[in-house]
Structure formats: C-alpha cells, structure tokens
Design a binder for this molecule. Structure first.
Ligand code: MG
Length: 249
C-alpha cells in the first residue's frame, strides 16, 4: 500500500470539545438570566458567540478569548440595561469561562483503534490543531497522542490555509498522498482543498457556528464526508485502491 501523510485535527475530531464549551455556556446563560431578568437565553448566547468569534481575527485561537467573551457580554448588557458593573461578578464570569480548560478531555469513540490501525498500515500521522500551546499540549498529554504522532505535532493560533501551507512545506508533503481529517469546514476542509490535499470531513455534535461555512473551492483532490472517525481508514484504503485501478486501466 502506498504510504499516505494523514493530518488529523484534535478538537472534535479526535477528542470531544464542543460539549464542554456548550456546558459552560449554558451555565453562563443561566447566571446571566438570574442577574438580568429582561434578556433571553438566546440573546445572551448570540452576543457571547459574536464577541468570541470577532476576537479570533484579532487574537487568534488563544484560550483567554473565551472567558473574555463572557465578560464582554456581561458589560454589554450592563450598559444596555443600566445595571451596575460589579468586580466580583466579572471575576466570577472570568473564572467560569476558564473552567472549560480544566475539564479532562475524553477521546472520540475508536480514537485509539483508528490511529493504531493507520499507524500499523505504515502511514505517517500528523496532528494539526488550533489553539494555544499550553491548552492543546495538556490535551495531547492526557490522550497520550504522542504514541501516534511523536514529534509530528503542529499547534496554530491562526489555523488557516497559510498555516496548512507552512506545515506541508515543513513536512515536504506531496498533495497526491496527503489528507486532512477534521470537523471544521472553515479551518480543516477549506484550507485542505485550497492546498489540493484530500479532505475527510467528520461533522461533530453541537458544532460551533464559527466552524460552519460554505465550501466553494476549486480542487482536484478528494473531498469525502463520513459519519465517524472509525470509517477513516477504510475510505483512505478505498481511495488508494481506486487510484491503482485507474492507473492500471
Ligand atoms: Mg476541530
């Protein structure tokens, strides 16, 4: 079998992530509704999402962006309703936001089996994750991912086509035998197709709105969607077999 380079995303591809953010956002919204009786849960969540996403273009995927979106939402509604801003409430919200980074991560079902099989098949596995170094390293350690990725780990604060292009240059990857596997249309799939590497999209539960974009890219690489991580080795195998048949014809 022809050896492939397979880049995996981490959050919501190999380990759960959205569910922890959504839990903490629910707790935030409950607290806000207790303080502000005139605003709805939907309004609170919309404002938080808007501030969180707006900060990415300025600051990248740094961890403190998320707690600051709670504080920003609180201040916005204080101004709107004339409620006094209280230091202890701001502190409480900041700490609540940071709680998401303390929850131990759980692997997506079949994470180990899938990575182990691809490794045994002789493929070169890479991890490409967005976020800040400390938080992503914490998860990599908890999940013991160096077993599969060793030093082939890339952490980007701005996870976009430029970041992927830099990685491909560093690892000297031929796009014909290179794959990106991830849950984010915006930061995994579009950059992959723009670089003409093969993309496998695995939709995640409770997806963050930021990750969902329309895919409108000219590409000659494969673009596949699967329901679960477990299906990845088979679809890559099948693609390789199809290529061999095509060449032999
Ligand atoms: Mg992800």
């Amino acid at each position: 079998m022809k050896k492939q380079n397979i880049l995996f995303n981490l959050d919501d591809t190999l380990s759960f992530c959205n569910r922890y953010f959504n839990l903490v956002i629910d707790e935030f919204a409950d607290q806000m509704m207790a303080w502000f009786d005139t605003i709805t849960e939907e309004n609170i969540k919309q404002k938080q999402l808007q501030l969180d996403v707006a900060a990415i273009s300025k600051h990248g995927l740094k961890s403190d962006r998320f707690p600051e979106s709670f504080v920003g939402t609180y201040k916005y509604y204080c101004d709107l309703t004339g409620r006094e801003k209280k230091k202890d409430e701001i502190q409480y919200l900041r700490e609540l936001g940071f709680k998401v980074f303390e929850i131990p991560v759980e692997p997506i079902p079949y994470m180990n089996e899938t990575l182990q099989r691809l490794k045994e098949e002789g493929h070169e596995l890479y991890l490409h994750t967005g976020g800040d170094e400390a938080n992503q390293r914490r998860k990599i350690t908890q999940l013991e991912l160096t077993t599969y990725f060793e030093h082939r780990i890339f952490i980007s604060e701005h996870k976009d086509t430029t970041a992927l292009s830099d990685i491909l240059k560093t690892i000297k990857a031929d796009p014909i035998v290179t794959w990106m596997v991830g849950n984010s249309l915006r930061t995994d799939i579009v950059p992959a197709l723009e670089m003409d590497v093969h993309a496998i999209y695995i939709p995640a539960e409770g997806e963050w709105q930021y990750n969902i974009v329309e895919v409108n890219v000219d590409h000659s690489s494969a673009f596949l969607t699967v329901d679960s991580l477990q299906e990845v080795p088979d679809v890559i195998d099948k693609h390789i077999q199809d290529q061999i048949m095509y060449v032999d014809r």
